[in-house]
Design a protein around this ligand. Structure first.
Ligand code: PDD
Length: 288
């Protein structure tokens, strides 16, 4: 990969010159939040949604924002420009900063400023991803994460372990199950389709309320598709007509196998590919 220009605490720097303290609470305590915004046609998809969720994550953790929303948009745009990103993602992370020493108690925000880091990930072919034609396979695993998954924190160890369990099982991802019901994928929201009905768990502290989820459910309703926000089990999912996931990096991606059981004929059905098409078309209209 060519050397990127990244953003750290107000400066644009070559990636190998960007540094964060070893006392940073993101590093020591996973005391940080993040957002991933996708870029299509060199434009940011749903920046507003990501900015609003970022502020909510910061508020829930009583963490100070080091940047105003307008400036944040400017930094996103500048990084896209400097790195010539046409398709890909922008990763943003804010942590509670680097106090003088390790301490469980939060540092005083007056003396310890939040750390902010942004970098781009160039992914040509993101919209035209061949994986969307084939569909993905998932396994189910126990959801043992903490109880505030609605806050987009950088505590991603269990999702990483879940991804490794999927890899080991020869599949693409894992759907997590709590008290018998599917919560979400390791880094995406989970859906099943029965007939024309789209079923997904309702937003609560049990899941991250995806920005893609909000948009896809709105587009689905606008296209007169029926949406039901309720819990579903893995057994119900295995018997569904279709399944899919949504996230900023995958948009809408069909799921064709769950725990070794093929859905329908084992190829993407009708609803998920159609939703992907609608999502890509509609979200580009408001991209900035
Ligand atoms: N993940 N659920 C979880 C646990 C996630 O980590 C994500 C996003 C989503 C989907 O949210 P959105 O539609 O706003 O991307 C749901 C990002 C992409 C990541 O960690 O890379």
């Amino acid at each position: 990969m060519t050397m990127r220009t990244v953003y750290v605490n107000g400066e644009y720097l070559p990636e190998n010159e960007a540094k964060v303290s070893i006392f940073d609470r993101g590093f020591l305590m996973a005391d940080g939040v993040y957002e991933v915004t996708s870029v299509l046609d060199g434009k940011l998809i749903d920046f507003e949604g990501h900015a609003v969720r970022l502020q909510r994550s910061l508020d829930e953790l009583d963490m100070a924002s080091p940047i105003a929303k307008d400036d944040l948009l400017e930094v996103h745009r500048e990084l896209v420009r400097l790195n010539g990103v046409n398709e890909g993602m922008i990763y943003l992370q804010i942590t509670r900063g680097a106090p003088a020493d390790r301490d469980f108690a939060f540092p005083d925000p007056e003396t310890t400023a939040s750390t902010i880091v942004l970098f781009t990930q160039n992914k040509p072919g993101l919209a035209d991803n061949p994986a969307a034609k084939k569909g993905m396979k998932v396994i189910s695993i126990d959801d043992i994460r903490w109880g505030r998954r609605d806050i987009k924190t950088v505590q991603l160890l269990y999702p990483s372990m879940g991804k490794m369990m999927a890899k080991k099982a020869g599949v693409d991802d894992a759907w997590m199950v709590q008290d018998g019901f599917v919560t979400e994928g390791t880094s995406n929201n989970a859906y099943i389709v029965k007939g024309n009905k789209i079923i997904t768990r309702e937003a609560s502290p049990d899941i991250l309320k995806g920005i893609t989820r909000t948009a896809v459910l709105r587009f689905a309703r606008e296209a007169q598709m029926e949406v039901e926000e309720r819990n579903f089990t893995i057994e119900e999912a295995r018997g569904a007509d279709e399944a899919f996931i949504t996230s900023a990096s995958t948009f809408v991606m069909p799921v064709v196998e769950i725990d070794g059981v093929a859905l329908g004929d084992g190829t993407p059905g009708r609803v998920a590919p159609r939703l992907r098409e609608i999502y890509l078309e509609e979200s580009l209209k408001t991209a900035v």
